[in-house]
Design a protein around this ligand. Structure first.
Ligand code: DX5
Ligand code: ZN
Length: 219
């Protein structure tokens, strides 16, 4: 069954625990946390301090998406802060196998993200070692962007790759997911739907998350 991971990037940080509570009430499966450093992506967000605040606000798994250069330097900090899964970008890491092993040694799930212009093929030799693949369906850096249509093809290619290698990572899709785009993404084979603006910018956050859940739990 597919899962929903609301991204707190679009939340109102005046009251983070209340915002998390609102998506928990709808039945969200994970909380997605976007870490940006102003180098790998042209935006700055937050670090382990906020991860730790989220940790104390919920028992849901925290899915931590590192859009930063040199993620190796911070893996331990994010695990200590309460991350349950850590996703690094293929484009940001030179020794990806080493980084993935390190994440797993720290006792959390390891994921690899690829940008819209990065082919799915680059995942072939890391696929058997990871728990999650994250397909970026917008260029990373900002919430509220439009879903890039050829991501659908990339999701299908990732499903094929998983099948041909006989491995079992989960496929996450991140960026531009709303009630309109969710259905084709589901049909393409997405396992974890990450959604920020469509949930947290809605007038009724719980209702918006419920609506998305109703679409994605249909498989
Ligand atoms: C973008 C982030 C996404 C973002 C998604 O760089 O990785 O997780 O928060 O936000 P929406 O759903 O607004 O596209
Ligand atoms: Zn993300």
């Amino acid at each position: 069954m597919a899962q929903l991971a609301p991204s707190i990037l679009a939340a109102d940080f005046r009251n983070l625990s209340q915002q998390i509570r609102l998506v928990e009430m709808a039945g969200a499966d994970l909380i997605h946390c976007d870490i940006m450093d102003g180098h790998f992506v042209p935006n700055l967000t937050f670090g382990p301090l906020i991860i730790n605040a989220a940790r104390r606000a919920t028992e849901l798994p925290l899915d931590v998406h590192l859009m930063i250069t040199n993620p190796d330097n911070y893996l331990e900090d994010f695990v200590n802060a309460g991350a349950n899964s850590i996703i690094v970008h293929q484009e940001a890491v030179i020794h990806l196998n080493r980084t993935v092993q390190r994440i797993k040694e720290l006792g959390v799930k390891a994921g690899v993200a690829i940008n819209p212009s990065t082919p799915v093929d680059v995942l072939k030799d890391i696929a058997e070692y990871i728990d999650q693949v994250l397909i970026m369906s917008v260029n990373p850096g900002f919430g509220g962007q439009n879903f890039i249509p050829n991501s659908i093809r990339k999701i299908k290619e990732t499903v094929q790759l998983r099948k041909s290698l006989n491995v079992n990572f989960l496929i996450e899709v991140d960026g531009g997911i709303d009630n309109r785009t969710a259905k084709p993404i589901l049909e393409a084979g997405c396992d974890i739907f990450i959604s920020g603006s469509a949930i947290f910018k809605a007038d009724n956050i719980t209702a918006a998350a419920t609506e998305l859940l109703n679409i994605i739990k249909r498989r």
